[in-house]
Design a protein around this ligand. Structure first.
Ligand code: 4NP
Length: 156
């Protein structure tokens, strides 16, 4: 069983979208029993809320249903998950501050490091932007999650 936690700032746009993209990839390949996939945020401001309605609307257009409820990252997550996936440099820095041990910090990876077609170093925060930002997030996450799943399935 491989356990993946996607993390962004608010856990209402990028990380719940990544969770939905990866869950669909895993389901489409019949790998559901091999993966546990969740998402969380670095601020608790949106705790208990569903995904941003704009993210939900764009997700639906691409065939994804976002059902995740926002929750903050907990220290326990570093024990429970094998991969803690950050969306940008700010997430990366905050996750390293939260990681209780060096072993825990070694679980933090960058989402965009798994991209095959996009040459970028972060998933841009769409929160204060327009429609194109949300579409861009989905396009990047489909590339990155596809690359990540391929990597994980090729591991011995
Ligand atoms: P996310 O987007 O980190 O992709 O979920 C944001 C959500 C909320 C805020 C910022 C970014 N906020 O400032 O409340």
């Amino acid at each position: 069983m491989k356990k993946i936690l996607f993390v962004c700032l608010g856990n209402i746009c990028r990380s719940p979208m990544a969770e939905a993209v990866m869950k669909k990839l895993v389901k489409d390949r019949g790998l559901e029993t091999n993966y546990e996939i969740d998402s969380a945020g670095l601020i608790s401001y949106h705790e208990g809320e569903g995904a941003d309605p704009r993210m939900k609307m764009h997700a639906r257009r691409h065939g994804y249903l976002l059902t995740h409820i926002s929750r903050p990252v907990r220290e326990l997550d570093f024990d429970l998950f094998d991969y803690i996936v950050s969306m940008d440099d700010s997430n990366w820095d905050k996750l390293h501050c939260l990681a209780p041990t060096a072993e825990a910090a070694a679980k933090i990876v960058r989402m965009t490091d798994y991209c095959h077609t996009h040459v970028i170093d972060h998933v841009p925060d769409p929160y204060y932007g327009g429609d194109q930002g949300f579409e861009n997030v989905i396009e990047i996450l489909e590339d990155a999650c596809g690359g990540m799943l391929e990597d994980l399935e090729n591991q011995p």
